[in-house]
Design a binder for this molecule. Structure first.
Ligand code: ATP
Ligand code: MG
Length: 334
């Protein structure tokens, strides 16, 4: 098993990213058997499709790397790097651009959503983004890719590209990467609106818990989180359409590694006046130590950059032979 996963460097990480992605990465890393490996990267090249601020991109890359290290990604067990330091991603992307079809990319819902009505004004990178994503995975000949609901279509495309490449050039170069769907990964909603996803691009900072937030900010954000006036029932299903209540229970359960059902049973009959402080205490207990490590790492940004370079060297050692084989397959003289 070889796992490959990336996260776009478009902002500071929050509780949704932690519970929905990073915590799963750490668990996957910790569960690797001998001979298995995991590559985790910061997708700074992907960020170029939406970001135009060089200083912000540079800072965000280091800050996100520090956050991943603080959360438990360990260079001795997994490989952590930034995409730009491994040029094989871009080179393979260009080769795969000859394989991918316009019609395939035109069908990507993320392209349609993000470009909106202004297709003529969208960047070319935003359109070809899924081809780079295919290269990200195929360049390591990955067998498994952790994906959220929103990325399933792109992984399917990577499989189509791999299949067509293998067939067209009569090689057996790319294994078809399988989705790794974690049962434990919850979808965390905004603290201001239970129908919207918690997200780094939400303009309201009160909508999310950032992993860099101080304890009192965490407590304040949960205190002010939108809820209803009803007490908690004794079954999670009975929460029905109470989206904000469901979300806070889901957050509590994920932080405590418990089932949402066991959480509502514990708090049955109580209102949010008592549930919210308990939730804040739990969040502070889990996130506080991560923030403290993060703050220390941010004091030594050079060291964080050096960690990324170290990971990139390991990644290149695996990516280079795949690129070479792809170049040979298509007849490039290099
Ligand atoms: P943006 O608003 O820029 O899209 P984001 O907060 O959605 O940012 P992404 O970089 O798109 O973050 O996602 C990084 C990872 O975190 C992905 O694996 C994604 O599935 C996961 N993730 C993002 N938001 C949530 C959330 N609210 N709940 C659970 N997982 C999330
Ligand atoms: Mg997103």
């Amino acid at each position: 098993m070889r796992i490959v996963s990336g996260i776009q460097t478009t902002g500071n990480l929050h509780l949704g990213n932690y519970l929905g992605a990073i915590k799963q990465w750490v668990a996957m890393q910790d569960a690797l058997a001998p001979g298995e490996d995991a590559f985790f990267f910061l997708a700074d090249l992907h960020a170029l499709t939406v970001t135009l601020d060089p200083k912000l991109l540079a800072d965000t890359t280091i800050e996100m790397a520090a956050t991943l290290l603080a959360a438990g990604i360990d260079q001795d067990r997994a490989v952590l790097f930034n995409q730009a330091r491994v040029p094989e991603h871009s080179e393979l992307c260009w080769i795969l651009g000859g394989t991918a079809r316009m019609g395939w990319l035109n069908r990507m819902t993320q392209w349609k959503d993000k470009a909106g009505k202004n297709r003529e004004g969208a960047s070319v990178g935003l359109f070809t983004y899924p081809v780079l994503q295919a290269a990200d995975v195929l360049v390591y000949r990955a067998t498994h890719v952790p994906v959220g609901e929103d990325q399933k279509q792109h992984l399917e495309l990577a499989r189509d590209i791999a299949t067509k490449f293998n067939t067209d050039f009569e090689v057996d170069l790319f294994p078809l990467p399988a989705p790794l769907v974690s049962q434990a990964a919850p979808r965390i909603m905004s603290l201001r609106d239970g129908t919207a996803k918690m997200s780094k691009s939400d303009p309201s900072d009160m909508s999310r818990i950032n992993l860099i937030d101080a304890d009192d900010a965490i407590a304040q954000k949960f205190r002010k989180a939108r809820t209803d006036a009803e007490p908690l029932p004794d079954s999670f299903d009975a929460l029905g359409e109470r989206v904000e209540a469901r979300n806070l229970v889901t957050v509590y359960a994920a932080l405590a590694d418990r089932s949402p059902q066991s959480v509502v049973e514990e708090f049955a009959g109580q209102g949010f006046g008592s549930f919210k402080p308990a939730l804040a205490d739990l969040a502070i207990a889990v996130l506080g130590p991560i923030r403290e490590r993060l703050v220390r790492l941010l004091d030594d940004r050079t060291m964080v950059g050096a960690e990324l370079a170290k990971g990139a060297a390991k990644a290149r050692a695996v990516a280079a032979p795949t690129l070479r084989a792809a170049q040979e397959a298509v007849g490039l003289q290099v």
